[in-house]
Design a protein around this ligand. Structure first.
Ligand code: HEM
Length: 213
């Protein structure tokens, strides 16, 4: 086997394990956002409980290192694999991965700046300030929407590649389509919650800096 191929397999394995680590956080994180359909207070209460698990020096260091490894290995894989992916799920995997890399750089960077430089509590209001303020919402709707859909798209593409069996009579392609569809529905429900049922959230004054006030 050529060393180039060996190196690519090594990067794929690293990417797979850092991806699994981040996925545990993302599933909890998206569940947290889902609970915003019950109101901002419920979202904040659940985030405070989840923070007991992920906001300690060990868990957070593991998460940030995994995010960094995921971005670097993902960008390398994008450039080495992009041309070999010809079917829909192959293309979905590389392009959703590229968007997730872009999103994670900005998103995690923004959270760190919010917390350590602006000294804000990066809670519900920090996350949704731009989304609920026109014209910033024109950026935040596709920015967040594509991130959640890209996450499910990436999972659905990996499922298509790895799964070999039918489940409940559904072919592998139908299962992957199902994962993607569920992702789109979850995105719509999360947006409903994060915008107070599409009526808009009143942002507390301490977050004015986030919306240029
Ligand atoms: C509507 C969509 C989203 C919103 C409003 C949002 C908002 C937030 C907020 C407010 C935090 C800070 C949490 C805290 O202080 O405890 C956070 C952290 C984080 N989010 Fe998101 N998020 C969204 C989607 C995503 C997605 C799709 C991903 C991954 C693909 C993601 C990855 C992360 C990561 C890795 C952190 C931890 C950053 C750190 O601790 O520095 N988020 N997000």
């Amino acid at each position: 086997m050529s060393t180039k191929k060996q190196r690519r397999m090594h990067i794929t394995r690293i990417h797979y394990f850092s991806g699994l680590t981040i996925t545990i956080f993302i599933v909890c994180h998206l569940f947290n956002h889902f609970t915003s359909v019950y109101g901002a207070e419920v979202h904040i209460e659940i985030m405070e409980n989840l923070r007991l698990v992920y906001r300690n020096i060990i868990a957070e260091s593991i998460l940030i290192i995994a995010v960094f490894v995921q971005i670097v290995s993902g960008i390398k894989l994008f450039f080495s694999k992009r041309k070999n992916k010809t079917n829909f799920y192959g293309k979905l995997q590389v392009w959703s991965g590229l968007y997730l890399a872009f999103f994670l750089i900005i998103h995690v960077g923004a959270i760190q700046v919010g917390r350590h430089i602006l000294n804000l509590d990066t809670n519900f209001y920090f996350g949704v300030a731009g989304l609920n303020t026109f014209p910033l919402s024109l950026f935040f709707i596709p920015y967040y929407g594509l991130a959640i859909i890209a996450f499910f798209g990436h999972v659905s593409a990996i499922h298509y590649q790895k799964m070999k069996k039918k489940i409940l009579g559904l072919s592998v392609e139908q299962q992957s389509k199902f994962i993607l569809t569920i992702g789109i529905v979850i995105t719509a429900i999360i947006f409903y919650g994060l915008t107070n049922g599409f009526t808009g959230v009143k942002i507390p004054e301490e977050y004015n800096i986030m919306i240029g006030k």
